[in-house]
Structures are given as structure tokens and as C-alpha cells.
Design a protein around this ligand. Structure first.
Ligand SMILES: Nc1ncnc2c1ncn2[C@@H]1O[C@H](COP(=O)(O)OP(=O)(O)OP(=O)(O)O)[C@@H](O)[C@H]1O
Ligand SMILES: [Mg+2]
Length: 415
């Protein structure tokens, strides 16, 4: 099969001619379609026979409105990459908070930004930097982080993103000394992240994210979530192809088993990783934790048998939620996670189906069924007394589960 290549010239022409190019003011909620011209792929830039080089990026991605910053500008907006502005550090390098004022660039509004600088001696490199620009420069969606621009100057490779005030889901979910992330926020995040992945998988030229994990899900102050880090993203299989073959890359604990074994990458690899994050949201546990005993170190191995059995939900759900969750919703989500985590890719649902299921569990009515229920056997008449921290929200089926007879339940509910 011959894969149609885009030439530098055709791309330039289509950029100039297209009426549908996204403008900066268009980049709000409605931007769920990539630029209407054919999307530039990684191979157009990394393929040596291609006339397109990285120096041409600023013009070739013209329709994307990415700003090309000088290193001096980035130094200015981050106070010389001050330590106190450091937001975090991953495989790519350190991430700093910066502030763009309205005088920096005409047409660029004043706003806080996150500035990610490539660590030349780090795990990632020029290719990941380029992938981020190629993908995020062209794909716009409410649940993908917005790339504002980049810097390419001598050895410096920097990326400038919109600033997400709550940082990553990883920080929010596993932070020790703070209130736990509420159930409704967890479900909102799961749905939004699923929509982001579904958008990538359903694009005209599908994209496989390849590094879906809680640290790559960023949150704003209302728990709106956006996917970040396209450094490992890959164009999906085209035409007759069933998969793309790649070097195995990604993060331990999130990568699909068949991908690790064969290097064959499909959109279903992302669905598996999504299942792992869903499990993290349900349990409040990290996908891999070497401080846990033996088999529990791998979250998936530990949780798989529990996911299958709705009666074991209590063992699975994050204890920090103190039963403040929807029982029905959690059962549905556990069943969904189980499907996403199938050993074989075939039985896994598509991300489109995942979105539908997660949509149906938002704001479930039996939310917060569980005040603390403590049942004490009464020695004199064998009856049971129920102590609750609140007098509301106990459901009949829960009393059944506690061994109450129908007449006792009826009198408890005053009927
Ligand atoms: N746009 C952003 N807004 C706010 N904080 C951000 C933004 N991007 C990244 N961060 C912060 O910087 C941290 C590091 O992010 P980065 O993506 O470089 O690494 P990571 O996801 O933790 O690891 P990995 O390199 O494996 O992806 C994040 O955990 C987050 O707290
Ligand atoms: Mg990341």
C-alpha cells in the first residue's frame, strides 16, 4: 500500500488557501476538529527524503498559530527559569510557570503559561519535542492541552503551554496530606480524558497517544481535564494495516501486555492504559508501587479478581472516599475497567463506547449512599441495632446485606 505523502509545497498551498484554518480566537470549546487541511505527520519531518525540515516548522504549521519564542523571551517570562517557578519535572525536563503579559506579542493575550525545557541529558530528546509540536500544533480539542508555542534556538528546545492550575491528576489523586479527590470529580475527569482519547482515535488520521497515564492528565481549577505529552504519540495504522510496529516505549504499569510483548501498537493499547487510570481513580492506588507487598505491587494484578465481582467492590474502592460514592456508578466503572484491561485487545471497548458508559454514570442518583454503618448483634433477642453517623441515606438493600429481616427494615423506615 502506498501512503500518500504530503509535500512541503502542497502543505504551504493548502495552508494559504484554506478558509477553515483555526484562528487563535477559535480555540475554545468548539475546536474539536483538527485543521481542515491534511494533517502533517511525523514522517513528513523525520523522513530524510522529505523536503520539510524542522527549520520550516514555523511556516509549515502556519494554520496552527503557534508562536515561535526566543529563549530570551522565555527567560523573561519565567524570571530566568527561577527555582520558585518550578512546577515539576518529568522525562523531558523541568517545567516552569511563566507569565506572558500583553506586551510580549501582538495578538497573544496576557496569561500564565507552563514552560517545559528539554533537558539535553535527559530521557527524551529532539524527536519527542518535535512530536509534541507536530501533533499539538495541529490537533485542537477541549480535552487536549493547548500548545501556545515553542522555542528552537541552538541547543535549546522549549515548549510553552496553557497553564493548568491544579497540575496533574497524579498530583491530585495521590497527594497524601490533603482532602481526597471527590467521587464526582473523579468521574468528570474519567469522562473528559476518555473524550480526549476518543477524539484522537476517531480523527481522519487516527493518533495513538501511547503514554496515557495520570501524570499526563492536567486539571484546571474546576477539574476540567486535558491530555498532555504527545512526545510518544504515533500516527495510527492506515489503510489495510492492523497495527503500527514500534520500539516499545511508554510507562511501566500502564502499557498494554500485547504491546510490550510484540511492539504492535493499536488504539486498543491506549484503551488498556485508560483502564489502568480508571483503576487508579477507583482505588486511589498507583499503578505500580514497590512499597506494597508482593502481588499487590502491580495494581492491575491485584485488582483484576476484585473488578469481576460486584460484592468485592468495598475492597477495591479508595477508602479515603469514606463511602462517599455512588454504588451503582462504581459497579459500572469497575466492570468497564475490567473490559479495558482485557489481556487480549479484541474484547476491549472502543474509546467511543467508553465515553458512552462514563457519560451514563455522571451524577448517579444513589450517590453517597453510605454513612458509616455499624451493626451490633443484640444478645437478648437476636435483633440487630444499627448505628449510623447520619440518619439519612441508608438503603434497604444495605440493611438486607447486614442481615436485617424484612419486618425490621419496614419498621426502620416507618412503614
Ligand atoms: N500545562 C501545565 N500546567 C501546569 N502544570 C504543568 C503543565 N505541564 C506540566 N505541568 C507540571 O509539570 C509536571 C511535570 O510534567 P511532565 O509532563 O514534564 O512530566 P511527567 O508527566 O510527570 O512525566 P513524564 O515525563 O513521564 O510524562 C507535571 O506533573 C505537572 O505538575
Ligand atoms: Mg507528562
Amino acid at each position: 500500500m502506498t501512503v500518500k505523502k504530503i509535500t512541503w509545497k502542497s502543505l504551504m498551498l493548502s495552508c494559504y488557501n484554506s478558509k477553515d484554518i483555526i484562528s487563535p480566537s477559535d480555540s475554545g470549546e468548539k475546536d474539536s476538529k483538527p485543521c481542515q487541511f491534511q494533517r502533517l505527520s511525523m514522517s513528513d519531518v523525520s523522513d530524510r527524503s522529505s523536503p520539510l525540515s524542522v527549520d520550516d516548522l514555523s511556516t509549515s504549521l502556519l494554520g496552527s498559530n503557534l508562536h515561535v519564542f526566543t529563549f530570551a523571551e522565555l527567560r523573561l517570562i519565567t524570571h530566568n527559569f527561577a527555582r520558585c517557578n518550578l512546577l515539576g519535572e518529568g522525562g523531558f525536563g523541568p517545567v516552569y510557570k511563566g507569565f506572558i503579559d500583553d506586551k510580549l506579542r501582538p495578538g497573544l493575550k496576557a496569561q500564565p503559561v507552563a514552560v517545559k525545557a528539554l533537558d539535553l541529558y535527559g530521557l527524551q530528546g529532539h524527536r519527542e519535542w518535535l512530536a509534541e509540536i507536530i501533533f499539538l500544533g495541529q490537533l485542537r480539542h477541549p480535552h487536549l492541552v493547548k500548545l501556545i508555542g515553542y522555542c528552537y534556538e541552538e541547543d535549546n528546545r522549549v515548549l510553552v503551554y496553557e497553564y493548568m492550575p491544579r497540575g496533574s491528576l497524579e498530583n491530585q489523586l495521590f497527594r497524601r496530606y490533603s482532602a481526597p479527590l471527590p467521587w464526582s470529580a473523579r468521574m468528570k475527569i474519567a469522562l473528559a480524558a476518555a473524550k480526549g482519547l476518543a477524539f484522537l482515535h476517531e480523527a481522519d488520521k487516527p493518533v495513538i497517544f501511547r503514554d496515557f497515564k495520570s501524570s499526563n492528565i492536567l486539571l484546571d481549577s474546576d477539574y476540567n481535564c486535558k491530555l498532555s505529552d504527545f512526545g510518544l504519540a504515533k500516527d495510527g495504522p492506515e489503510g489495510e494495516q492492523t497495527h503500527v510496529t514500534t520500539r516499545v516505549m511508554g510507562t511501566q504499569g500502564y502499557a498494554a501486555p500485547e504491546y510490550i510483548m510484540t511492539g504492535h501498537l493499536t488504539t486498543m493499547s491506549d484503551v488498556y492504559s485508560f483502564g489502568v487510570v480508571l483503576l487508579e481513580l477507583l482505588t486511589g492506588k498507583r499503578s505500580v508501587d514497590n512499597s506494597r507487598p508482593g502481588r499487590e505491587q502491580s495494581l492491575v494484578e491485584w485488582a483484576r479478581p476484585l473488578l469481576r465481582d460486584p460484592k468485592k467492590l468495598d475492597k477495591l474502592i479508595d477508602a479515603r472516599l469514606e463511602r462517599q460514592f455512588s454504588n451503582k456508578g462504581a459497579q459500572k466503572v469497575a466492570a468497564l475497567a475490567y473490559k479495558c484491561l482485557s489481556h487480549q485487545p479484541k474484547p476491549r471497548p472502543s474509546m467511543g463506547d467508553v465515553v458512552k458508559i462514563l457519560d451514563s454514570v455522571q451524577g448517579f442518583e444513589d450517590e453517597f449512599v453510605g454513612p458509616f454503618v455499624y451493626v451490633v448483634p443484640n444478645e437478648t433477642d437476636g435483633d440487630k441495632e444499627l448505628f449510623t453517623t447520619k440518619d439519612c441515606g441508608v438503603e434497604k438493600h444495605e440493611l438486607h446485606r447486614c442481615g436485617w429481616r424484612n419486618d425490621q427494615i419496614a419498621s426502620f423506615f416507618g412503614s
